[in-house]
Design a protein around this ligand. Sequence first.
Ligand SMILES: NC(=O)c1ccc[n+]([C@@H]2O[C@H](COP(=O)([O-])OP(=O)(O)OC[C@H]3O[C@@H](n4cnc5c(N)ncnc54)[C@H](OP(=O)(O)O)[C@@H]3O)[C@@H](O)[C@H]2O)c1
Length: 232
Amino acid sequence: MPDLKELADLYAYPESHKPWLRTNFVASVDGAVQNPEGLSGNLGGEPDARLFKVLRSLSDVVVVGAGTVRAEGYHPISADSIHESLREGRSRVPVLAVISRSLVLPEQVVAPGLVVITPASSSVERRQELSRTVEVVVAGETEIDWAAVLDAFAARGLNRVLCEGGPDLNGTLVDLDLVDETCLTISPHLVGGPAKRMTVGAQAVERQMRLGHAIDEDGVLLTRWVRDRRSA
Ligand SMILES: NC(=O)c1ccc[n+]([C@@H]2O[C@H](COP(=O)([O-])OP(=O)(O)OC[C@H]3O[C@@H](n4cnc5c(N)ncnc54)[C@H](OP(=O)(O)O)[C@@H]3O)[C@@H](O)[C@H]2O)c1
């Protein structure tokens, strides 16, 4: 079982002057990203929780869809959910960026430091209301303009991007071929039922990935997959 330093080395972002987009999911053996309660919950147990914290610590910005924020009851990223030792020379915690069109966000996440990214078609009144507390970034007209979002991240030096889902947002990123890397924890369960898988999208695509590594941690499989753009 890798220690903290070894995990951080295994999951180090590549040196890059442009954003590198990593997504992180935990799924059951049969591909469910929701447990029977409809949450990711403790699908991946302690090994996944440990990795979740390491991945946050390594990132500059955590991007997440509003559906996940609402379902999982997101809070601002706190210093105690981060390994300080992995953030030398950087801000204490990564920026939290939520993607939303409805701008319906749980109260507890609306706090200074949050960035809300939304298309221009969202409610102007709600944007003004949110702007009193958080930073609201309008990108795109009816759909999020991802090129503009990634450019804005790069301009702020936020190149280590971690997307924590969910399936709807990930579906868009896969569709646009913006995912550079996927970290997938496979939990030793079958879930069955109507659970979502890690992507939901209108159209199927085929994106070649190559295995970075697979680590067996007490029967929980930590895998890292990198987009193979040679075949793009
Ligand atoms: N196992 C795992 O690793 C994992 C990880 C993440 C989530 N989950 C699970 O996935 C479920 C949530 O799924 P979901 O598909 O609803 O999650 P999601 O992708 O986080 O949220 C979808 C919402 O995000 C916003 N959004 C996404 N793409 C957008 C775009 N291009 N433009 C504007 N807004 C956009 C919209 O918010 P508005 O509705 O506010 O407009 C949309 O309704 C939960 O049960 C959660 O527990 C599991």
